[in-house]
Design a protein around this ligand. Structure first.
Ligand code: NDP
Length: 336
């Protein structure tokens, strides 16, 4: 492991196994004001990671412990024990704690329950529905008994959404008029929009929203690589239909973590939640994984597996693994 050294007093030496790859990192590559500070040139990138303790000079950690940290994008590191969260008594495979049962899943739960305040019989529209946050939002809304419409790009993702239980699906890449497509599948309108994308999909959701609809504005990936543009041309619909549009950042709602994990364990045991990920094998493929988010190369959570014990990469450097949760069996920390 490059750069490794014996841990000093209070330090723990960690080898990363799994690294999270996230769209918000794009914002940190600009100097604009945002809720997270820009990355610094010459300093390693950061991001969520699951690692294994190699050696420890902190009595709270032992070799072999699994830890979650914010020190991704590197093979290993030394850190104070206070910067690490020990993962114990796992109900899910370790890498799920970066995906459906980690930050993206929590974001889905917050958006639906606290921001959109799901109510009985709501029709829920999820954009970016095959991604990490979106696929979890779809499954949570279905587990809560709602009618769910999901949008994503491409036939393969649409097939996946059907498998996850979406009642209606829209392949936005195949629809010349997204609003017409949403009207077609939601003739009575929608009550909740969980938006990851923005742009024409958000416009369309406003156009078909029922009175008093609630919009959880989670992301706007369509715009992350563009100069800022004007907002929805039909924003007047928010007045007309008394729609609530509320943006949110998951880190402001961490009080929901225990409730979220408990619900996810219940739904997972009942086979209502599948853990979906796309894995790039080898840290050298991390930039390709990041760019892949903006090219739609992932379903579920985009991950890089950086463990040196992983299998050799395929010639293209990546492989897809989906639907690995079907047994519902708790994972052993020694078998990631
Ligand atoms: P995803 O797993 O959804 O990955 C990105 C997906 O977005 C791609 O696979 C692609 O799917 C779609 N996409 C990319 N570019 C475009 C585009 N130009 N137009 C339409 N679709 C596009 O990422 P996450 O689930 O991690 O994040 C989803 C959203 O939630 C992001 O906007 C992210 O910034 C936001 N987020 C917000 C948080 C918060 O606290 N508010 C926390 C975490 C994430 P497809 O092939 O279907 O086009």
């Amino acid at each position: 492991m490059p750069g490794s050294r014996e841990p000093a007093a209070g330090e723990v030496q960690v080898r990363n196994l799994w690294m999270s790859v996230d769209p918000y990192m794009r914002g940190r590559m600009d100097t604009n004001d945002s809720y997270v500070e820009p990355f610094k040139i010459g300093v390693a990138l950061e991001g969520g990671a699951i690692g294994e303790v190699v050696s420890s000079n902190d009595p709270g950690f032992s070799p072999g412990d699994l830890v979650r940290s914010y020190r991704g994008w590197r093979e290993g590191f030394n850190a104070s024990g206070s910067e690490l969260e020990k993962l114990e008594h796992l109900h899910f495979p370790p890498e799920a704690y970066l995906g459906a049962t980690g930050m993206p899943g929590l974001t889905a739960y917050i958006g639906l329950t606290r921001i959109a305040k799901l109510r009985k019989d709501d029709v829920v529209f999820v954009t970016g529905a095959a991604g990490a946050v979106g696929s979890t939002a779809v499954q949570i809304a279905k587990a809560c008994g709602h009618r769910v419409i999901g949008s994503a790009g491409g036939a393969e993702k649409i097939a996946l959404l059907r498998k996850l239980g979406c009642d209606e699906v829209i392949d936005y890449k195949a629809e010349p008029d997204f609003e017409a497509a949403l009207c077609r599948v939601a003739p009575q309108g929608i009550d909740v929009c969980f938006d990851n994308i923005g742009a024409e999909q958000l416009d369309a959701a406003l156009a078909v929203a029922r009175p008093h609809a609630r919009f959880a504005l989670c992301g706007a990936i369509y715009m992350y690589d563009m100069a800022p543009t004007r907002g929805p041309g039909n924003i007047w619909r928010a007045v007309d239909m008394q729609i609530t549009l509320r943006g949110f950042i998951c880190t402001d709602h961490l009080d929901l973590v225990p409730e979220f994990l408990s619900k996810m364990a219940e739904w997972y045991a009942a086979d209502k939640i599948k853990l979906l990920d796309t894995v790039f094998e080898g840290i050298e493929y991390a930039p390709a994984a990041f760019l892949g988010l903006f090219e739609g190369r992932n379903t579920g959570k985009m991950l890089v597996r950086s463990d040196e014990r992983c299998t050799k990469p395929s010639p293209s450097g990546w492989r897809l693994r989906r639907d690995r949760s079907t047994t519902g069996a708790p994972a052993s920390p020694s078998s990631p």
